[in-house]
Design a protein around this ligand. Structure first.
Ligand SMILES: Cc1cc2nc3c(=O)[nH]c(=O)nc-3n(C[C@H](O)[C@H](O)[C@H](O)COP(=O)(O)OP(=O)(O)OC[C@H]3O[C@@H](n4cnc5c(N)ncnc54)[C@H](O)[C@@H]3O)c2cc1C
Length: 411
């Protein structure tokens, strides 16, 4: 089978590798070099424990407080609200208790296979050298704040995630740079992190090429269904036919899907960070500052500080105050932090309202497949997404029930 994959982010590259492993002749198209989209500057966490959705019961009551806090984890561009409304309504529905249990089961199915699916790819490609296995810490100022989060963490525990509650001494022992203002934490030993998310993608892409895959730098303008198979039209080049085409363009996927009549409720949760090249403090593992909802991840290019969610679509210009405020707060969490020379970055998380990706055939299309909508979890779920998509494309029994990731939901 000749298969085109559009998008060379962490998802497209993993999909291409999985299709190649099943014998497909794969060409990946991207308007940029591999790994320049959301996959470029994320927090680098293989967050294998994140089996609960973003919309949790009760979240709605904390939204006004989050929006009012300029250092808070959530912001909305109010001019974008009318366009966001259907997504937001579906997001709130996904936060009902019954839905949360269903979604958590679906996330558990992906997460529980994510690590074992990545392992051979990371080893064979050499990307293993970019991965650290130090777990992660979710830190709180006091026990009361930690206890407020317990229901969600109990839900994770009930799904088999190892979680340790630790007090001030152990916390200081693990991360001496943290301010004593933070007195307790959840420690999740089974997180991994990469010291360079972009390099994970480029290394996997090089592996794809080394095995005969092609990567072409071209924007794809449109896809058309022709008798001889689906065609894609790269900008400035003639249309090309393939046996199958996979759309893996992250938050930008609607541009190619909508003209074919497929309009899922995909939107973007914008996230920001600053990477501090000479932080003068050292952390061993990703640390999530729970009262403000951002991460600090030690990377080979410095300490990456950021996260948060801004709902504002793809077109609005960045608001660089957001990561600056996170770093100003981080200066109180890791005293002595040097922010000089920090590099700003904004990324578009491709997000579905129910925190689950879409993986499978485009509704009504046999030869078009989609893999996007991974939200906060694209790096974590790259390999398992590739595997599942390839199983669907080749009509072999899928390793997990693909129904929860059905592309036809929310259309
Ligand atoms: C601040 C932040 C922190 C995050 N932290 C984590 C984390 O710690 N762990 C985790 O698992 N996830 C994290 N994420 C989420 C993760 O980064 C995304 O889920 C993931 O990168 C999505 O990958 P993707 O391949 O779908 O999209 P992208 O990486 O955006 O790739 C899509 C590609 O498609 C290309 N493209 C788009 N349209 C076209 C077209 N028409 N023609 C050709 N090419 C096209 C783009 O150029 C791009 O390269 C974070 C995200 C953000 C913003």
């Amino acid at each position: 089978m000749r298969i085109a994959v559009i998008g060379a982010g962490i998802i497209g590259v993993n999909v291409a590798l999985a299709l190649q492993a099943r014998g497909a002749e794969v060409t990946v198209f991207d308007r940029s070099a591999p790994g320049q989209g959301a996959s470029f500057g994320n927090a680098g966490c293989f967050a294998f424990s994140e089996v609960t959705p973003i919309a949790m019961p009760g979240l709605v009551w904390s939204v006004p407080g989050m929006l009012a806090d300029p250092h808070g984890p959530l912001a909305i561009r109010w001019s974008y609200l009318p366009r966001l409304a259907p997504w937001l309504a579906a997001f709130l529905k996904a936060g009902r208790p019954g839905e949360v249990a269903r979604i958590s089961d679906a996330l558990t199915a992906l997460c529980s296979r994510a690590k074992e699916t990545y392992a051979p790819l990371l080893a064979a490609s050499g990307a293993e050298a970019l991965v650290r296995r130090e777990g992660a810490l979710f830190i709180f100022r006091n026990r009361k704040a930690l206890e407020a989060e317990l229901p969600e963490w109990e839900m994770k525990r009930a799904r088999g995630i190892a979680i340790e509650e630790i007090g001030p001494e152990r916390l200081r022992e693990m991360e001496p740079a943290l301010s004593p203002e933070y007195t307790c934490a959840f420690h999740v030993p089974d997180w991994h992190h990469t010291v360079n998310p972009e390099a994970i993608v480029t290394t996997l892409a090089a592996h794809l090429r080394a095995q005969g895959g092609r990567i072409r730098r071209a924007e794809v303008d449109r896809i058309e269904m022709k008798g001889e198979g689906p065609q894609l039209k790269p900008a400035g080049a003639p249309a090309e036919s393939f046996d199958r085409i996979v759309i893996a363009c992250g938050a930008h996927s609607l541009k190619l899907c909508a003209p074919l009549g497929y309009r899922p409720l995909l939107d973007t949760e914008r996230g920001y960070n600053l990477t501090l090249p000479d932080p003068q403090v050292s952390l061993t593992r990703p640390v999530c500052v729970m009262d403000k909802g951002y991460f600090m991840t030690p990377m080979e290019m410095g300490l990456r500080v950021g996260g948060g969610v801004e709902l504002g679509g793809l077109a609005a210009p960045p608001n660089w105050d957001r990561p600056e405020r996170m770093v100003a707060h981080a200066e109180t969490v890791v005293p002595g932090l040097n922010r000089e020379g920090g590099r700003q970055w904004m990324g578009f998380r491709p997000s579905m309202p129910d925190s689950l990706p879409v993986i499978g055939r485009m509704p009504g299309q046999d030869k078009l497949l989609v893999a996007f909508g991974h939200g906060h979890m694209g790096l974590t779920l790259g390999a398992i997404t590739g595997r599942l998509l390839a199983e669907i494309a080749f009509d072999v029994a899928p390793c997990i029930d693909p129904a929860p990731y059905d592309p036809a939901r929310f259309t």
